[in-house]
Design a protein around this ligand. Structure first.
Ligand SMILES: [Zn+2]
Ligand SMILES: [Zn+2]
Length: 374
């Protein structure tokens, strides 16, 4: 069981902040109670105070759409405000199982309309209840609450982790190669203005250009970006899982004073590739920069759920029925960019595509032919 950080009266319910597909955070919070999602109500703006959970409506559509995309069935929905919790479920039901298979837009429209009419005093004739109440959505998800929250793009909210000393392994693992790559770029480009991590005493992380970075600081920044809240030195120890994850992300960690050079990418390029000339060589060198392929693949997994070839649509894991088949997905630097690109161009993950090995070769062949004709 993952560790629970929830506070308040229900210690078993963790609170997550909704995020959009690009990772930007919404001002909206939800909890996951087994297979139920509880979207917290929007609090009205009062005087100087801005509204709480202001992005309620956006988050509702996002959550329902994520469920639909992941083919997780919606079994029903109820208003869950404390003022109506004493009412029987039937009196606060706002969606039934059949309606759960409507389009996300239709579902949100039904929920918004119906929740207005759920009130503690059913005889009241007062009209105009709000459509941003605390609601509970029951799903047919069979995995853990943690897994459901992650599939919905939830990040544990600020305050949850702050009081913890050492974060559990499942939280550390959220620093995927994508965030580790981004953290390395931030340090290499000198964008980090001071951080809470002291000098590293025993080890260095070697960045792609040979710069030596502090492994713990890189990991701390990666995890801060992944969780959307500041992570400090006391939250994890250097070494152990932190180093394992940095190495899995493609970076070498060496003892202080030790040296390391990433192998020249040419060595691993066979003859056919080599014949592509210097343009192709520099192209492949870009594609094979330390950590880059791991980062792109992690980003692709985060946004699409699994690795696919962006050219032919191959889903290698499904096709070969083996996790190892993911190895046939390579990262390609979109060639139109490369040919126009200055040497100091900073590669971003959006310059890259995930291609199966076949398509990757063909893309280069076709480009090679075009270049000769030109
Ligand atoms: Zn392909
Ligand atoms: Zn390529």
């Amino acid at each position: 069981m993952p560790e629970k950080f929830g506070t308040g009266k229900n210690k078993l319910t963790r609170i997550f902040q909704a995020t959009e597909e690009d990772g930007s955070r919404l001002d909206a919070r939800f909890s996951v109670d087994q297979a139920d999602i509880i979207l917290h109500s929007r609090g009205g703006a009062k005087g100087q105070h801005a509204a709480v959970n202001a992005d309620y409506t956006k988050a509702l559509l996002l959550l329902i759409s994520s469920l639909s995309r992941a083919s997780i069935p919606i079994l029903g929905a109820w208003v869950d405000s404390t003022t109506v919790q004493s009412l029987p479920l039937s009196a606060r039901s706002i969606l039934n199982q059949t309606e759960g298979s409507l389009s996300p837009e239709q579902i949100c429209s039904l929920l918004s309309t119906r929740m207005k009419d759920v009130r503690s005093d059913p005889d009241s004739s007062v009209k105009g209840g709000n459509s941003t109440k605390r609601i509970r959505i029951a799903t047919g998800f069979s995995g853990s609450s943690e897994d459901l929250a992650i599939r919905l793009g939830g990040v544990a909210v600020e305050g949850d982790l702050r009081s913890m000393e050492r974060l559990p392994a499942d939280v550390l693992r959220r620093a995927t190669p994508e965030y580790i790559w981004r953290a390395v770029q931030e340090y290499v480009q000198g964008n980090v203005q001071g951080d809470p991590f002291g000098p590293s005493t025993d080890y260095d992380l070697i960045a792609n250009d040979g710069q030596r970075l502090r492994p713990k600081a890189v990991f701390g920044l990666a995890l801060s970006m992944a969780l959307g809240q500041p992570i400090g030195p006391r939250h994890f120890t250097a070494g152990g899982l932190c180093f394992t994850l940095l190495e899995e992300a493609g970076y070498k960690i060496v003892p202080k004073g030790g040296t390391y050079e990433y192998p020249d990418s040419e060595i691993s390029i066979d003859r056919e590739w080599r014949e592509g000339g210097t343009k192709l060589k520099s192209h492949l060198k870009r594609e094979r920069a330390a950590g880059l392929a791991q980062a792109k693949k992690a980003q692709y997994r985060r946004t699409h759920g699994r690795l696919l070839c962006e050219q032919c649509g191959l889903d290698p894991v499904a096709h070969y029925d083996a996790e190892e088949a993911e190895a046939c997905i390579e990262v390609h630097h979109s060639a139109t960019h490369v040919s126009q690109m200055a040497d100091d161009h900073k590669t971003t993950l959006d310059d890259l595509q995930c291609l199966c090995a076949n398509c990757h070769r063909l893309v280069h062949k076709v480009l090679g032919v075009q270049k000769k004709k030109a």
